[in-house]
Design a protein around this ligand. Sequence first.
Ligand SMILES: [Mg+2]
Length: 364
Amino acid sequence: MAASAAEPGPTEAARIIMHVDMDAFFASVELKRQPALRGQPVIVGGRGDPSRRGVVSTATYEARVFGIHSGMPLRTAARLCPDAVFLPVDFPAYHAASAQVFDCLAAVSERLQPVGLDEAYLDISARTDDPLAVGRQLKATIHATTDLVASVGIGPNRLLAKIASDLEKPDGLTWLRRADMRERVWPLPVRTLHGVGPRTAERLAGLGVECVGDLAALPLEQLTAEFSPRHAQSLMASAQGIDERPVQTERIRKSIGRERTFQADCRSSGRLDHEARLMLERVCEQLRERRLGARTVTVKLRYRDFTTHTRSRSLTEPTDGMETLAALVHQCLFAHRLHRAVRLLGVQLSGLVASDSDGRPTGD
Ligand SMILES: [Mg+2]
């Protein structure tokens, strides 16, 4: 937490964060399959039948003009826009499109934090090229690969990058600096800020706060009278465009690991311990090849009756150090009931984080 809301934190000054958000994602995937629907109000939700229960997942911009938004009951949407085309949700199709989009994102930066199927934060601080050029190129690549349109926001942190990606949607490309706060962010409703939900917004309205600028102008004492000191501090920081949250890259790859099924069930804890170590050595090689550190170790055992159990241990800091990880593997293994016959042993590393250039994993 920054000591003063007026000054950026030391780590923040150098960061460049990009927020990529696909425009009307589900609906756009549907339009790709049914180009004849382009230009029409299209609503994706539930079983695609407004006479049955269900809510709007995504609507095209042509439908949003009628006041239709995500989470609205399909019945209401049909009333607001009787001519809309309703389509059922098809998750396998959206997952496939999402995988293509994330391949494009991963090529820009490995420091990538997915948010659902159609959004992600990228930390592009390490890139030396112009952030706007990076954004423009990424949008072009996504469009060429998937025929879908993304909005890109760039900022000094996640808070402003996310606000930026929304400012010129659809097909937006916006760079928001903290110096732009007064002009571009302060006029926005306070709900725009991360962490301001309906209840917080209601309490803020009680203090006369409607837009972000109202919040920025509010004396801290008034906020602390209504909210906990911590909540008040974080609201005040948000109103000033300050956000220290790192891009959480550990979900780039979920895990790496190995499994081994024994020819004959294994009943020796000494042998399991030895095998687990050999497997870890191989996995650690992969870890270093990919310049990653791991925070969590999981050991899986499948017994003769096919019941499967896992035990995990986590570190506070990621590492690629063999001995540190081996100690965790040993702990996990002996947390299992080892007197039973084991048919399969698995060792897995997760909580993976990109290492920096000298091979040492970094915290975020
Ligand atoms: Mg989106």
